[in-house]
Design a protein around this ligand. Structure first.
Ligand code: AMP
Ligand code: TRP
Length: 332
């Protein structure tokens, strides 16, 4: 059976981008067809300045939202990354496999590193090494497929390179995984700035739909989305990025392809109204289920505890094998 691994960083409130690019597919498809693990990758939230209390809150919220989105602990393994020490154990060996040059080429490192320096903040070493930890997340489980949004392609490519290099040097240890992306909405753009990704760690929220926004907030944000100076509703990512983004969101919600949907609309106003209603309906059950689950944190904790136990059992033999292959003496 295909082994799937994916994760979400608790760096902010989860967005419509997270849902359409990743979480919805995990719940609707992946957990039913595959042997799937999904993780709140909390160690990845530490690569930029963070507030411990907020991290705790957001980690529990991310797990609760994953359940609310439909992940079922009877079908998949849901856990918190820091509960399974194998990730960090393997990450060190992969740091001894990766090169400084290949990590410095990562787009996210270049962008976030530059942002930190511009704001007069120092850059944590973990911002550079983070893709290696992500590779460890994936490789520890013999993962075949990694369902993610477009922005993670480069990190999964690095993971493949590290797996191949390790296998060549030290003997076959890791499965070489591949990234998979949704057909539409693999990169949902910010409604106020359609040139950049809708990302949960952005400062301003006006262009970001959060999964826990109420219906009025969702409507307001979508009705105020930046469109283009033209009038025709056309699907053209280059010339009309704002409209193309709305058409992709609509297509992800109601089906059909964005080009055909463009032909249905004569004005931006009507398109926005339909997108707003489609997103409100899409998120309604997630928000309702989240409210139920949030009132029972004991249940969420128990799911995470059982998930971590299962994940440990799956990761340990492969990480032990990697340590042995590297030449480290086995523990008694
Ligand atoms: P992150 O929030 O960076 O931890 O991302 C969790 C998952 O959501 C990853 O698979 C991302 O690729 C995906 N994702 C994040 N933002 C977007 C977006 N704007 N559009 C599509 N997918 C996204
Ligand atoms: N780096 C991913 C992101 O920013 C999150 C992540 C960490 C991940 N480890 C992973 C995704 C392993 C897939 C598989 O979205």
């Amino acid at each position: 059976m295909t082994r799937i691994f994916s994760g979400i960083k608790p760096t902010g409130h989860a967005t419509l981008g997270n849902y359409l690019g990743a979480m919805r597919r995990w719940a609707e498809v992946d957990q039913h067809q595959s042997d799937a693990l999904f993780s709140v990758v909390d160690l990845h939230a530490l690569t930029v300045e963070h507030d411990p209390a907020r991290l705790r809150r957001l980690s529990r919220q991310a797990a609760t939202l994953m359940l609310a989105a439909g992940l079922d602990p009877a079908l998949c393994t849901l856990f918190v990354q820091s509960h399974v020490v194998e990730h960090v154990r393997l990450s060190y060996l992969l740091e001894c496999t990766a090169t400084d040059g290949e990590l410095r080429r990562m787009i996210q490192y270049k962008e976030k590193g530059a942002q930190a320096l511009a704001a007069g903040r120092s850059v944590r070493v973990s911002l550079l090494t983070y893709p290696v930890l992500m590779a460890a997340d994936i490789l520890a489980y013999g993962t075949d497929e990694v369902p993610v949004g477009d922005d993670q392609t480069q990190h999964v490519e690095l993971t493949r390179d590290l797996a191949v290099r390790f296998n060549q040097r030290y003997g076959h240890t890791f499965t070489v995984p591949k990234a998979t992306h949704p057909q539409v909405a693999a990169r949902v753009m910010d409604l106020q700035d359609p040139a950049s990704k809708m990302g949960k760690s952005h400062d301003a929220g006006a262009g970001i739909v959060y999964l826990l926004d109420d219906a009025d907030q969702v409507r307001k944000k979508i009705m105020r989305a930046v469109t283009d100076s033209g009038r025709e509703v056309e699907y053209d990512r280059e010339r009309s990025p704002g409209v193309a983004n709305l058409l992709e969101i609509l297509s992800a919600c109601v089906g059909g392809n964005p080009i055909d949907l463009a032909g249905v609309y004569e004005s931006y106003g009507v398109l926005k109204r339909d997108v707003a209603e489609a997103v409100v309906e899409l998120l309604r059950p997630v928000r309702e289920r989240h409210a139920e689950l949030a009132s029972d944190p004991g249940y969420v904790d128990q799911v995470l505890e059982e998930g971590a136990e299962r994940a440990r059992g799956m990761a340990r033999p492969r990480v032990d094998a990697a340590y042995a292959a590297f030449g480290l003496l086995p523990m008694g």
